[in-house]
Design a protein around this ligand. Structure first.
Ligand code: ZN
Ligand code: ZN
Length: 118
């Protein structure tokens, strides 16, 4: 169970708003799903992450500003957020996937338990 401060909660809620999904989609389309950092190095890398160049906590007003958004690959994104530690994102994704699977498993085994014990 994660305990989140009010501020963190605000940022997480933001990522679930339609306004963000629209802004993110616009950035992806505008930048053709290509990591802008890789592009600057002359590399073509397809990516689906949209990054706030000035972080949300420093520029809440720019959260939907296209000038503050860019497509970024996972590798570059981890470099942009050293405070998260590299690979953290992958770890969380993995955790979520495992959790989903065990929920499904629990659900079906609970059914059997119901028959046996209730
Ligand atoms: Zn990149
Ligand atoms: Zn970012």
């Amino acid at each position: 169970m994660l305990l989140l401060s009010g501020q963190t909660d605000k940022y997480i809620r933001f990522y679930h708003t339609k306004a963000w999904h629209d802004a993110r989609q616009e950035t992806l389309t505008r930048q053709h799903y290509l990591c802008q950092d890789c592009l600057r190095d002359g590399k073509i890398t397809v990516a689906k992450t949209v990054h706030h160049m000035v972080p949300l906590r420093d520029a809440w007003d720019k959260r939907l500003d296209q000038d503050n958004l860019e497509v970024i690959c996972l590798e570059h994104h981890n470099q942009e957020h050293p405070e998260k530690g590299s690979g953290n994102k992958k770890y969380f994704k993995h955790e979520a996937a495992v959790k989903k699977r065990s929920d499904v498993f629990k659900f079906s085994s609970n059914k059997d338990d119901d028959k046996l014990f209730w």
